[in-house]
Design a protein around this ligand. Structure first.
Ligand SMILES: Nc1ncnc2c1ncn2[C@@H]1O[C@H](COP(=O)(O)OP(=O)(O)OP(=O)(O)O)[C@@H](O)[C@H]1O
Ligand SMILES: [Mg+2]
Length: 225
């Protein structure tokens, strides 16, 4: 369902963030992306949401060729891919509820349906009680859950999470990973970029390792050999 062929991303500065990446991720997989800072993890995720296009190569998601995707169709495409950014991108002057309902408002979903959907998602991620708080009033774990809730609002087929345990203590980190696993069990493909070796080593999920933009390891391939 996600297929990258010979994907290279070079920035205007000359930085080669990704170099000749070939891989595919099937529907329902749970995949970790690991690698040192600067190895290309965030760039990889940004390419998948068509935040930018590769300099070379092709990316196809559910039969949609992202390079050929017209600009006007990008919003509709993004509803199928939820993303939790490394810096979360929550709007600080809006409550949790207002942050999460915003994408539905922008998509002109009627108010009653939207409110019901937000309540359901807040229950699912376990922060219903925090609904009317502002981001600054939440703990790190709660804030991460709010960002996950917003990413799930359109019921995406794929959820991308960039360092979702980055600033959390070990217990809270595990709670977030368990939440992502629950979401995965309901059928959503999950791709999680992380530095957290503990979590990666304990879970035995497929792991893609990047180093200086190159895919140096794909545990799925190892198992096949
Ligand atoms: N917009 C940009 N313009 C120029 N260079 C960039 C840009 N974004 C990323 N890079 C460079 O591309 C490389 C990969 O960056 P990326 O953010 O993907 O790494 P990362 O693996 O997510 O790192 P971290 O673990 O620190 O989040 C780095 O060398 C970075 O400096
Ligand atoms: Mg990053």
């Amino acid at each position: 369902m996600i297929r990258l062929e010979n994907v290279t991303k070079t920035f205007g500065t000359g930085a080669v963030a990704l170099s000749d990446i070939n891989l595919s991720i099937e529907k329902g997989e749970f995949v970790f992306i690991i690698g040192p800072s600067g190895s290309g993890k965030t760039t990889f995720l940004r390419l998948l949401i068509r935040d930018m296009v590769p300099s070379q190569g092709s990316i196809v998601i559910n039969d949609i060729d992202l390079i050929k995707l017209p600009k006007g169709k990008i919003p509709q495409f993004r509803r199928k891919i939820g993303v939790v950014f490394q810096d979360l991108k929550m709007l600080m002057d809006r409550t949790v509820f207002e942050n999460i309902i915003l994408p539905l408002e922008m998509a002109d979903v009627d108010r009653k349906t939207a409110e019901k959907k937000v309540d359901e998602i807040l229950q699912q991620v376990g922060i219903f009680e925090q609904k009317n708080k502002f981001p600054i009033q939440l703990s790190g774990g709660e804030l991460q859950r709010a960002a996950i809730a917003r990413a799930l609002i359109f019921g995406p087929e794929i959820l991308l999470a960039d360092e979702p345990t980055g600033n959390l203590d070990p217990t809270t980190s595990w709670e977030i990973v368990k939440l992502l696993q629950d979401i995965n069990k309901l059928g959503t493909t999950v791709v999680m970029a992380t530095h957290n070796a503990d979590i990666v080593n304990s879970l035995l999920k497929r792991t893609l390792a990047l180093e200086k933009g190159k895919l140096i390891k794909d545990t799925k391939e190892e198992k096949k050999d």
